[in-house]
Structure formats: structure tokens, C-alpha cells
Design a protein around this ligand. Structure first.
Ligand code: IPM
Ligand code: MG
Length: 342
């Protein structure tokens, strides 16, 4: 039976990189696709960034592949106006995707594409495990003429379940990142992490870093990290920082997962890149690699996932470079290069 994948191309370069990825998926399996609106495209068509039917289709799918949302057309500081990002946040919450996994592993062929020195980044193989449905992103919001508020709250259950994901993903250790020297929510977060560790994962080495220090260590000695466990806000920032280790944010995939057995959502970490949208030059590799995560974590097809990842590696080894990596390959050429290696 063919597996059902919901496609949410979204805005900017989203449709281009999603189309590239379905070509790659079709080369390794038999999938049916259903396309739905999200983000700015959905605002234009329906007035809301996350139409009910999009959420319903995603909940019903075997897996969801998302491109990107957002763009200057919909940017506004007016809290009353719909924002494309509400589509993304709404789908994460609506599908209960509390765990966001962002693996960072610089490919050998790209070691010199990173702004960091080769010796610094060699051997880096880490994953940011970011809590995705709580914290400041989803707390109470308030706005008056002279003040604004974003509440940062976590419950024990929320911290426990993301901590478990991190401990299970660990190969060497877990580094918990918080700001417990200042924030009450971080002191609570750390207590719960220590508790889950003591009760269920005492054999996994665990250390702790304050987020400011962690952001420094990530540049200083990225290969020291294995699993970085952190909250929604810090995870957003640290994962962009970690992306630069790979040379380009155009390379970083992500998986957003909920409870076992529920559909996951897979998307590149980069955004909609409105400046290059429609030009056919977007790097599709982060989305193709998200497609590999979809195969592995979303559909349990690990052999197919391995095949896609190693095809990307080989294409890069043979010289494939899109403009973000200092080359001039188009989206189509990049996709063909991966397909050839498959
Ligand atoms: C990400 C993005 C989103 C986030 C935005 C687009 C809402 O930056 O997935 O990291 O902040 O989570
Ligand atoms: Mg981000």
C-alpha cells in the first residue's frame, strides 16, 4: 500500500525545494502526495495561515513534508494581522509535535565551505533536541500601547517527555542547555531533567551548560557535543548557529515528532528565502535530507533514508555546489545530481 505524504510547500522557495524532494522520494519508493495550503499562501487564499482542512489532512497523513513559510509581503508588527508563522506554530501544536530533532553533521566534501576552520569542525556529529510546543513560543501574550509580554512556562510533563527523547537519542552524552542562573523556568527545567536522568537514564552521561556559554562552545569545540537538549526559544537560536558549522543553513534538515505512532513533520531549518524565490537557484539539499528523515523516522524506511543521504554525500563529493555553497548549480541541477547518485 502506498504511503500518504501531505506536502505543505508554503512560501518563497518552499514550493521549489519540496518539488525537488518528491522527485527524490519517488526514486526510492511508492508514495501518494496530497498538497495543502499553509503560511502566506494560505493567508492569501483563505485569510488564515492554517486552514482547518490543512491540519485535518496532516493529522491523517503518514507523514508531512513542509517547505517554508513567511515573506516580506506578510510582515507586520500589528498583532491583529495574520502571520505566516502562525501556520507553522499552529501545525506544530495541532499535531502535538513536541520534539524537534536537528542533526548537524558537516559532510567531508563541505568542510571547507564552513566559515569555521576545518580543524574546529572536523568530527562534529551532534543533534539539537529542541522542545517545540511549549515555552515562550506558546505562553500567554499581551500587548498594550506601552508594554508587551510573552510568558515563558513549562510543565513537568512537557520537560519530562522531551528529556526522554534526548536521552534515547544519546550516543555519547546529553548536554542540557538552560539559563538557570537567571530564569525560574530554567531552574525547574534543570530539576526535571536531573530527575528523569536519575530515575530512567542514569547510565547516560549528562552535563549542563548555560545558554550563553553553550553558544560559545558550539563555535569553539562543536565536536565535543553529542545531544543538546534545550527549550523552544534557546533551541531556535542554537540550531541556526549550529547550522553554520555545516557551511550553509541550506544543508540542515529537521524532524518534528510527537508521540510514537503519530505522524511527524519534516522540514528544512532554513526559511522561505524570499530574495531568491522563483529563481530556481535554491539549495534543495536540506529538504531532500528532511525527506531522508521522513523516510527513517516517519515511515520506518531506514534503508531508503540511508540511500538518499549517501546520494547527497556523493553528489557533493563530485562537486555539486549551489550558490549558497559558493557554486552555481541550480535547484534542478542539484536534484538531478542527487538522482544520478541514487
Ligand atoms: C524555525 C523557525 C521558526 C521558529 C519560525 C519560522 C516561526 O525559525 O523552525 O526554527 O522560530 O521556530
Ligand atoms: Mg529558527
Amino acid at each position: 500500500m502506498s504511503r500518504r505524504i501531505v506536502l505543505l510547500p508554503g512560501d518563497g522557495i518552499g514550493p521549489e525545494v519540496v518539488a525537488a524532494t518528491t522527485k527524490v522520494l519517488d526514486a526510492v519508493g511508492d508514495f501518494t502526495y496530497e498538497e495543502h495550503l499553509i503560511g502566506g499562501a494560505a493567508i492569501d487564499a483563505t485569510g488564515t495561515a492554517l486552514p482547518d482542512e490543512t491540519l485535518a489532512a496532516c493529522r491523517d497523513a503518514d507523514a508531512v513534508l513542509l517547505g517554508a513559510v513567511g515573506g516580506p509581503k506578510w510582515d507586520s508588527t500589528d498583532p491583529g494581522r495574520p502571520r505566516p508563522e502562525q501556520g507553522l506554530l499552529g501545525i506544530r501544536k495541532g499535531m502535538e509535535l513536541f520534539a524537534n530533532l536537528r542533526p548537524v553533521r558537516p559532510l567531508t566534501a563541505l568542510l571547507d565551505a564552513s566559515p569555521l576552520k576545518r580543524e574546529r569542525i572536523e568530527g562534529t556529529d551532534l543533534v539539537v533536541v529542541r522542545e517545540l510546543t511549549g515555552g515562550m513560543y506558546f505562553g500567554r501574550k499581551e500587548r498594550t500601547a506601552d508594554s508587551a509580554l510573552d510568558e515563558n512556562a513549562y510543565t513537568r510533563a512537557e520537560v519530562e517527555r522531551i528529556a526522554r527523547v534526548a536521552f534515547r537519542a544519546a550516543r555519547r552524552k546529553v548536554t542540557n542547555v538552560d539559563k538557570m542562573n537567571v530564569l525560574e523556568v530554567s531552574r525547574f527545567w534543570r530539576e526535571v531533567v536531573l530527575d528523569v536522568h536519575a530515575r530512567e537514564f542514569a547510565d547516560v552521561p549528562l552535563d549542563h551548560l548555560l545558554v550563553d556559554n553553550a553558544s560559545m562552545q558550539l563555535i569553539n569545540a562543536p565536536s565535543e557535543f553529542d545531544v543538546i537538549l534545550t527549550d523552544n526559544m534557546f533551541g531556535d537560536i542554537l540550531s541556526d548557529e549550529a547550522a553554520m558549522i555545516t557551511g550553509s543553513i541550506g544543508m540542515l534538515p529537521s524532524a518534528s515528532l510527537g508521540e510514537e505512532g503519530r505522524p511527524g513533520l519534516f522540514e528544512p531549518v532554513h526559511g522561505s528565502a524570499p530574495d531568491i524565490a522563483g529563481k530556481g537557484i535554491a539549495n534543495p539539499l536540506a529538504t531532500i535530507l528532511s525527506g531522508a528523515l521522513l523516510l527513517r523516522h516517519g515511515l520506518g524506511l531506514s534503508d531508503e533514508a540511508d540511500a538518499v543521504e549517501s546520494a547527497v554525500d556523493r553528489a557533493l563529493e563530485r562537486g555539486l555546489r549551489t550558490p549558497d555553497l559558493g557554486g552555481d548549480a541550480t535547484t534542478d541541477q542539484a536534484t538531478q545530481a542527487v538522482l544520478e547518485q541514487l
